[in-house]
Design a protein around this ligand. Structure first.
Ligand SMILES: CC(C)(COP(=O)(O)OP(=O)(O)OC[C@H]1O[C@@H](n2cnc3c(N)ncnc32)[C@H](O)[C@@H]1OP(=O)(O)O)[C@@H](O)C(=O)NCCC(=O)NCCS
Length: 204
């Protein structure tokens, strides 16, 4: 791993670059492509606007961590405490103009099925919910995701809290397993395999 990577909590000032990074890195995730289509530029635009809203909200209730190489933001991971996993209806409705502006209202039924499926798998025990998370494309595979995961796990262990996440890439499962997450379910969501993973805190 690069020795220059430092992980800090982000403030509201960093939300827009963080949202852009997440959107650019996640524009070709299988579930995003399934829901929003194959035009990656278009997918990135929709995700970026939606992530700005989501991250501001996550920052108020939980933590948004940023990985920095010097002054450059190269990775982001968000986590929210128990009781904040599901967006309230007010927040969901506020996403409608974002979809409308990008001509994506037709995606609503799929978005609804996707979120309903994730909500159904949400474990009924108090947990911190992780995501979204990503590393800048050009910097993937250099240990930055591991540094972010270590910081997330440290936050969880300090609170003796359970962590939970969903992922739609098998390669990510290996990374999260190394941090102590275990697969508790594997399901198809809109025809895309998703892995649901839980981590119990390590004793101090
Ligand atoms: C998943 C992700 C955050 C990992 O960060 P990273 O800095 O690339 O990861 P690291 O270098 O610390 O660790 C490498 C491990 O990450 C996983 N990984 C997943 N996608 C990867 C990618 N594109 N390149 C390299 N490693 C990747 C693998 O398990 C890999 O281990 P391996 O090389 O033994 O297979 C990053 O690759 C990414 O942003 N991917 C696209 C968006 C995404 O899928 N986000 C997670 C949503 S749950």
């Amino acid at each position: 791993m690069s020795t220059t990577i430092a992980v800090h909590r982000l403030t509201h000032a960093f939300i827009e670059p963080a949202a852009r990074l997440l959107a650019d890195s996640m524009r070709d995730n299988p579930l995003h492509r399934r829901v929003f289509g194959d035009d990656e530029l278009q997918v990135a635009r929709v995700l970026s606007t939606a992530f700005v809203r989501l991250l501001h909200r996550q920052l108020e209730s939980g933590l948004v961590l940023g990985a920095f190489d010097g002054a450059a933001l190269v990775g982001v991971a968000a986590m929210v405490p128990p009781g904040h996993c599901q967006l309230p209806w007010r927040e969901k409705l506020s996403m409608l103009p974002i979809l409308a502006c990008s001509g994506q209202l037709k995606r609503l039924p799929d978005i609804h099925r996707w979120l309903r499926s994730w909500a159904r798998h949400d474990p009924p025990l108090a947990h911190w919910h992780l995501g979204p998370a990503a590393v800048e494309r050009a910097r993937q595979g250099q240990g930055i995701g591991t540094a972010l995961m270590d910081a997330v796990c440290k936050e969880l262990d300090q609170r003796q809290a359970i962590g939970y996440l969903e992922t739609d890439k098998h390669r990510n499962v290996c990374l999260y397993r190394r941090g102590g997450f275990e697969v508790i379910a594997e399901r198809s969501v809109l025809g895309v395999t998703n892995w649901f993973m839980l981590r119990h805190p390590r004793q101090a």
